[in-house]
Design a protein around this ligand. Structure first.
Ligand SMILES: Nc1ncnc2c1ncn2[C@@H]1O[C@H](COP(=O)(O)OP(=O)(O)OP(=O)(O)O)[C@@H](O)[C@H]1O
Length: 233
């Protein structure tokens, strides 16, 4: 088995995301829902896939399974060539920090930290060796001039940009994005998703974005739909 460490250098990645026949039931004995029903999904490095579908279809469950936050009842999940099932609890947490970036609805930044500190904290938590310069990354998302600003001093779109920079700071192989435009107007939504697509392509990250926003789908390489826990393309 290859390890995450061996494959952190761009170009040597076999990587991306490979979910095979994942099943996940949620709830108690009385009312169980099949959140994921035999779901298979492959996302290559440098590819951005949008997941759409009605409320309750299983989109968040898909992100949770891909992000090593939830273990499926059956099936397998490989990220950058590593089978998540082979990782113990501590290794799984470290793997998540080093290999998987998360972008949430409204940035989810820490209120007391400025933009640069948000990125530095993620690097510190990951204990990353092969790290990017936080200021360079903030410049890449057009936010270097706000490196010392705290979240309450930023607009919604700016917070999302910092959140995107933070998600990329440990050179993840997989980026999981949950409704990134939920709090943004149309123009900011286009900017943010275009930025995600550019970073996905330039950095060779495999990106999965859950969205209800059909106006941003043209930025994505592929769109898949979830209905009742099942995936169709
Ligand atoms: N903790 C839980 N316990 C029981 N059932 C749950 C739990 N979390 C989610 N579910 C159920 O699992 C199914 C899939 O939920 P999920 O959150 O993955 O859907 P979603 O497509 O992300 O929905 P939305 O677009 O509304 O966020 C739904 O029927 C939901 O009610």
């Amino acid at each position: 088995m290859s390890t995450a460490t061996e494959e952190r250098t761009p170009g040597t990645r076999t990587g991306g995301l490979l979910i095979e026949s994942a099943n996940l039931a949620l709830g108690d004995g009385d009312s169980t829902v099949q959140a994921l029903a035999n779901v298979s999904l492959t996302v290559r490095p440098g590819e951005m896939v949008a997941v759409v579908g009605p409320s309750g279809a299983g989109k968040s469950s898909l992100l949770a399974v891909a992000g090593a936050l939830t273990t499926p009842d059956s099936g397998s999940v490989r990220v950058n060539g590593v089978d998540l099932d082979t990782l113990g609890k501590a290794a799984r947490a470290r793997f998540r920090l080093q290999e998987i970036g998360f972008v949430f609805q409204s940035g989810n930044l820490i209120p007391a930290l400025n933009s640069a500190e948000q990125l530095r904290l993620m690097q510190k938590l990951a204990g990353a060796r092969d790290i990017l310069d936080p200021l360079e990354l903030l410049a890449a998302v057009g936010m270097d001039h706000k490196a010392r600003s705290r979240p309450d001093q930023l607009s919604g779109g700016e917070r999302q940009r910092v959140g995107i920079a933070r998600s990329l700071v440990n050179r993840p192989s997989l980026l999981l994005v949950d409704e990134p435009t939920a709090a943004l107007d149309r123009a900011r939504s286009q900017d943010v998703v275009a930025l995600l697509a550019r970073e996905t392509h330039e950095r060779g990250v495999a990106t999965v974005m859950v969205t209800h926003d059909h106006d941003v789908l043209h930025h994505c390489d592929r769109v898949v739909e979830m209905v009742d826990g099942r995936l169709s393309s």
